[in-house]
Each structure stands twice: as C-alpha cells, then as structure tokens.
Write a protein that binds this ligand. Sequence first.
Ligand code: BES
Ligand code: MN
Ligand code: MN
Length: 453
Amino acid sequence: MQNYLAQHRDRFLSELLELLRIPSVSADSKFKGDVRRAAEFVRDSLQNAGADMVELHETAGHPIVYGEKLIDPAKPTVLVYGHYDVQPADPYELWTSPPFEPVIKDDVIYARGSADDKGQFYMHIKAFEAMMATNSLPCNVKFMIEGEEEVGSDHLGTFVAENREKLKADVILISDTSMIANDIPSIDTGLRGLAYLQVEVTGPNRDLHSGVYGGAVANPVNALAKMIASLHDEQGRITIPGFYDAVLEVSPEERALLESAPFDEDAYKTDLGVTELAGESGYTARERASIRPTLDCNGIWGGYIGEGAKTVLPSKASAKISMRLVPNQRSEDIYELFTNHFLSLAPPGVQVKVTPLHGGEPYLTPLDAPAYKAAELAMEESFGKKPVPTRGGGSIPIVALFEKELGLKTVLMGFGLDSDNLHSPNEHYGLFNFYKGIETIPLFFKHFTALQS
Ligand code: BES
Ligand code: MN
Ligand code: MN
C-alpha cells in the first residue's frame, strides 16, 4: 500500500488539478455544462479506479454520480458521500491566482473547490484505487458524489428515497469538514442545521426624492436595518420568541471535553484581522461557532449603491438571513417562528415578505459508534496521535436526511482546515492534507471491517 501510494503520488495530484480546472459552480446556470463535465470526470475516475458499476443519474438539476465495488455480501459496506460542485468564485479580483487555474505554492493547492470538496472526495477515489490495486479492499464500498450540495441538495433526497436498496450500507463516510490543525487531528461529531431565508420590506410604490418626501414616508432601508438589529439583544441572544425552546443543551462534561481541544484565540483573531471577538455571552468563541444556534444577515441591499450620492428614499429593501441550528431545533419550526416574529416587527407604513430559501437539520455522531472508533483508530495510526472530538459549525443538510431515509450514521472524517478559505477567495488545500487523507482512508476501511465482524 505505502509503495503504491508513493509511486503514484504525482499522478494523483495531476488528476486532482485536472478536476479543479473544471468550473463546476452549481449555483450559476452559466456553468451547467461544466458541472456535467465534472460529473463525467468523477464517473470515469471511479471506473478507472476499479468500480464494477458506475452511473450518472440524471436529475432535474445536476447529475449524481454513483459507483460501487461489491466484494462479498457477508462483509460490511461503506457508503462514501461527497460533492463535486463548488461555490461561485466571485469576487475574482481578490484571488491571487485564477480560481480555476490551480497553482501550488508552498505545498498548498490554490483553487476553488480544492478543500470543499473536490480535494477531499478525490482522496476517497484514490484510496479506493490503491486498495484495489494492492488487493486490500477489505469490504464493500459504494460512492455517491453529488453536484448540488452547495445549493441545498434539492434532488438528492428523492434519489436516496428511491434507491434505498441500492444504497444499503453499514455507515456513511464523508470527508467534507475540517480538523483543528495538521498536527492536531480531530473529528467533527456534529453539524449544525440551517434555515436560510430572504426578507423584503416595501414602502412607497416608487423611489422618492428624499428631500421632497423624506421624513413623511417610512423608509424601507431604515425599517429593515432596525428590524434586523432587534433580532439580537445586548447579551448576543436571539430575540425571536421560542427560538431556543428546542435546543438540546450540551452537558457540562461534554462542554469540558470539547473545550479541552486546543484553540488559540489570539491566532484566530489575528488571522481574521479583528481586535475582539463577539457573540452570545456565557459561551466561548468555539462554542458560539459550534454548539450554539446563530442568526446572521448574509447580505443586505436597497436604494442607491452606485458611485457618489443620490438623494433617494428607496421603495424597497431586502436581506438574506441564515440561522444555524443545533440539535433538536427543526428548520420548519424555526422558519415559522422567524416569519411570525419578523412580520410583527414591521413598523407602520411598510409591508414585509419572508421567503424561505433552503434549510436542513442538525446532526450528531455518537462517540461510541463503531464507525467513529474506526475513524479514531485510523487517524491515530496515520497521524501518530489520537484525534479529538469536535463539533462542526457548518452544515451538510443531507447527513440528517441519510439518517432518516437510510437509518445510517455518518462519520465526518474531514482533512481540511477552517483556515482553508472555503467559500472565500484563495481557497486552498494542503498537499499534506490530500496525501494524509489518501493514507488514512484505507486504515478506516481496515478498522471498520475488523470492528464490524
Ligand atoms: N463542506 C461544507 C460544510 C462544512 C465546512 C462543515 C466546514 C463543517 C466544516 C459544505 O459544503 C457547505 O458549505 N455547506 C453549506 C450548506 C449548504 C446548504 C449550502 C454551509 O454550511 O453553509
Ligand atoms: Mn462541502
Ligand atoms: Mn461548501
């Protein structure tokens, strides 16, 4: 195995770079053809790595790639999930090299999708290739790599519900999260859910002269700003009535365990260029960004935003708002609580509309699951250090759905770093992380198969 990995290192990397050159941006229809090309690339690489059956499943959106290698029905089955779609790369001018022309600088690959998630799921295809080539695949493996994760996995739910038999497995394995540092391996044991919506505040039927009418007519931008500002109190808590009702509080023991993982607050601040951190009182920065629910305005617009000044009282103002949810909050309930509250905040003279965009449920992996143990043993063997459990702040909404539809737990064995600039300019992924992942994955298969039999 080690020999095979060493011999094929350079090819593994050049293949990944080829995949990174395909701008598979799922959100933008301009890239539809490229998204398909990426799917075909993934299909072909699974085929070449030794899968028996590989298919492109068409959906009303982007295709889902499915592949499998079944060696023995008596052996366990690992279902690998990943996504070949990427976030839009804008603003392009903030990239130091073009997002779809990968370059390697100081042993780090710079490209959109390098960490999220092409560089990470491709490790699984290469680990699979290596196990096949060295006759060491110890159990069955299935791959489901989708092209709509970054836009809410709209068609994956149906695919999963319609293919329960085909997707039968013992565990789901995903590399689409981060670890603490290259010398501090960790495994996310939870993900936050998401409720994402758009709000629109409308005042007068057209933009008005702010001198002629200003002062006499409600201004939608002023109103929206005030409404959004009121969603947090002085303690940084969310003011929507009932918002925290379902929150499963984390026990003091578990909080202590999570806090025992290293965290350098000064380095965190320096990296982000902020002088102070902010958030809900009574919780540490790490807790605020993982075990606590949040509400953030993601974008806000309305009125004149061009060069110079235009004295106008705008007719409309809008914002996009996301709420990250924790176990046992449900996105449906949160939409309803938000909508009722937000409508009630409207001052006289404006109308408010709330439109849900997408959402998903939070998720927890139990630490005593055999699959978690297998991931722990695998990382311990490859890093020489036992990984620490962490809770991820991001969302992979489909993971809760896998549990509901397939009855399967997921192990989040991610190899990225939070500082990889996911969704930002200059996204990158370390060569160390890419190769370490390829080395660790076969160890997961080995330990999981041993623990299951
Ligand atoms: N891979 C990320 C999620 C992630 C990143 C989890 C780092 C934990 C640590 C995923 O691709 C993602 O970006 N998810 C979106 C949700 C989706 C519905 C757009 C998110 O979290 O915003
Ligand atoms: Mn991802
Ligand atoms: Mn993402």
